[in-house]
Write a protein that binds this ligand. Structure first.
Ligand SMILES: Cc1cc2nc3c(=O)[nH]c(=O)nc-3n(C[C@H](O)[C@H](O)[C@H](O)COP(=O)(O)OP(=O)(O)OC[C@H]3O[C@@H](n4cnc5c(N)ncnc54)[C@H](O)[C@@H]3O)c2cc1C
Length: 405
């Protein structure tokens, strides 16, 4: 095992792999990616692969625009395949209060140059014949939105990074980041120590454990999220728009001749990664089909097919939620050289090509390429949240994902 590096990236999911790739692209010579499991094997390949431009802040729209640019040039940059389809999306309001949220998103979208428009429920039905307009009050169409194959992103960045000289260490567990006098000094693993001045904690559901071993609290709550993929259905074309139903927090997108769908339930299952044990693997995430069916019942009027279509795949994983629904990106206060890329809020894979690029620029240049202060861990304050309040707010954010994104 190499004994020193310029940067050690902990985690080879979308966030870590993208950061490693863009560090190498910027010419950083000694980058190491450490992962306790197979490379790119945990939450990232289990995602739905949807990318949404309708966000609650200008910064997030800008990051998503950068992510889209990097997704479209992914193969040219990394030499690896990535299937993506710009099908656009329909965001559906069924309650008056959600219409107001949509109006705000339309205004921001127009101002930032997105292809957004308000369309009638009948027009939405014409664009997506599986979507019934009954009970629909307002619809926003976002032409920029796309979906991609989630299994190709992290591994593509990993292989692209490797081709640029990044060292990959799968099946190697980081036990502690050593911090001497407020400066990162090295990374201790079960296979030895790597001296380094800079680490990126991109440990996904374990981000918190990795940081806490060095006394840094990352206020995130690992939260189960799951979806179904249906068997092929007549008329389920790949270019049908994705659909998000705001109040129910249910999404549907074309997938392999059928549909992929899931939702954000009101009382999500929050998980303690320590309790799951040191060897826990995402494939063993405790799944519950009844939760997804319950979400399907909430949108039965608009999507009766969700409850009748045969299910070919049920999958899930453990993304992490924050108290305000925003990611945590940037340096940890009090530990020079310790960067965090976490708090994915079930949207980290799609934005990883932007966060990875921004973090790499930050590490190399010493400052971020755009103002990422709203994503700083410092926003939570030194007092931090009590665990109970954090869990409550994280659960609220999870269920209100489409009205507060
Ligand atoms: C069902 C589902 C649907 C989703 N849909 C979407 C979507 O449509 N769009 C979207 O953008 N996002 C979606 N997400 C969320 C998305 O999957 C995550 O935001 C993203 O994958 C997070 O990437 P990551 O790199 O943080 O985590 P991961 O991919 O889990 O990678 C973290 C890595 O860190 C490693 N690691 C942890 N601790 C250590 C340690 N101590 N030592 C060494 N290695 C360690 C792990 O082994 C793992 O490989 C979805 C998630 C799920 C579960």
């Amino acid at each position: 095992m190499m004994d020193h590096a310029d940067v050690v990236v902990i985690g080879s999911g979308g966030l870590g792999a993208a950061t490693a790739f863009y560090l190498a692209q910027r010419g950083v010579e000694h980058v190491v990616v450490v992962d306790k499991h197979d490379l790119a094997s945990q939450t990232s390949p289990r995602a739905a692969g949807m990318l949404s431009h309708a966000r609650s802040s200008d910064l997030m729209v800008q990051l998503v625009q950068l992510a889209t640019k990097n997704i479209k040039r992914f193969t040219a940059d990394t030499g690896q395949p990535l299937a993506w389809t710009q099908s656009g999306s329909l965001k559906i309001a069924r309650r008056a209060e959600d219409v107001a949220v949509l109006e705000g998103e339309l205004e921001r979208g127009r101002r930032l140059g997105l292809q957004v428009e308000r369309i009638s429920p009948d027009e939405a039905h014409r664009l997506h014949p599986f979507l019934h307009p009954d009970g629909v009050l307002a619809v926003m169409r976002v032409g920029d939105d796309l979906y991609f194959d989630p299994a190709q992103v992290a591994i593509g960045f990993v292989r692209g990074a490797e081709a640029r000289g990044v060292t990959l260490l799968p099946h190697t567990t980081v036990t502690r980041v050593r911090i001497d006098h407020g400066q990162v000094a090295g990374v201790e693993t079960d296979k030895g120590t790597i001296r380094t001045p800079t680490v990126v904690d991109a440990g996904g559901a374990w981000t918190r454990q990795v940081a806490e071993a060095s006394g840094i609290r990352v206020p995130i709550i690992p939260t189960r999220h799951q979806l179904f993929v249906t068997e092929p259905l007549d008329g389920a074309r790949a270019d049908l728009p994705m659909v998000r139903i705001m109040d129910a927090a249910v999404y549907v997108r074309p997938c392999q001749g059928g549909f992929l769908w899931g939702g954000f339930e009101a009382a999500p299952r929050q998980l303690d990664m320590d309790a799951l044990g040191a060897t826990f693997h995402m494939k063993d995430t405790p799944l519950d089909a009844g939760v997804i069916r319950g979400m399907g019942e909430l949108v039965q009027r608009q999507f009766p097919m969700l409850l009748t279509a045969k299910i070919r795949e049920h999958r899930g994983g453990i993304p992490t939620m924050t108290a305000d629904g925003q990611h945590i990106v940037g340096p940890a206060p009090g530990a020079r050289g310790f960067f965090i890329a976490g708090g994915c809020n079930v949207a980290g894979l799609s934005v990883s090509p932007a966060i990875g690029a921004a973090l790499a620029a930050w590490i190399v240049e010493g400052e971020p390429p755009l103002d990422l202060a709203p994503l700083s861990i410092a926003r939570f304050g030194a007092a931090a949240y009590s665990e109970e309040r954090l869990k409550q707010e994280a659960a609220w954010r999870y269920h209100h994902v489409y009205v507060s994104m």
